[in-house]
Design a protein around this ligand. Structure first.
Ligand code: SF4
Length: 151
């Protein structure tokens, strides 16, 4: 708690929106000490009360810190790719998360984020996805894809 926000900003600097996130980290640490005995809670409803924590972060904490196998972490990559592949038809990441629990096999829940984020950064990119070099191109309906990369 003695770490000033300015120091936290420097420590997390490469992260996007580092100034806002540094303030959230500082506040969240205070909340953890004040309300949770200095421990990161293992219940979604508790995590969602912490500053800056939404379902994406809460799911990731449950998976990585508490070894949960009952959660799916949906960020913008998972949301976009799951819709392009036709696994879900949703408009928001939170709705995608709920739909994916009905769609993909339980054994993939904890790891779907890792795989689809890497996929989304390198192949199934937000703009100009590399469909021509994609190993699942023959299986993918490419829902919503209008322009693809030539390389
Ligand atoms: S074919 Fe294109 S839209 Fe489908 S998963 Fe591959 S890169 Fe994404």
């Amino acid at each position: 708690m003695r770490l000033p926000v300015s120091r936290i900003e420097k420590l997390i600097y490469p992260v996007s929106f580092y100034r806002v996130k540094a303030r959230h980290v500082k506040k969240a640490c205070g909340e953890l000490l004040a309300r949770f005995g200095g421990k990161v809670p293992d219940r979604m409803e508790d995590l969602l009360t912490l500053p800056g924590v939404g379902r994406k972060t809460a799911n990731l904490v449950l998976i990585l810190s508490h070894a949960s196998r009952d959660n799916i972490c949906v960020d913008t990559h998972v949301h976009r790719i799951a819709n392009r592949l036709g696994w879900v038809r949703t408009r928001t990441p939170d709705k995608t998360e709920l739909a994916l629990y009905q769609t993909i096999h339980r054994k993939w829940w904890p790891s779907v984020n890792l795989y689809l984020v890497t996929w989304g950064q390198n192949v199934c990119r937000p703009v100009y996805p590399k469909c021509g070099a994609c190993v699942v191109s023959t299986l993918c309906p490419r829902i919503g894809v209008t322009r693809t990369s030539r390389t």
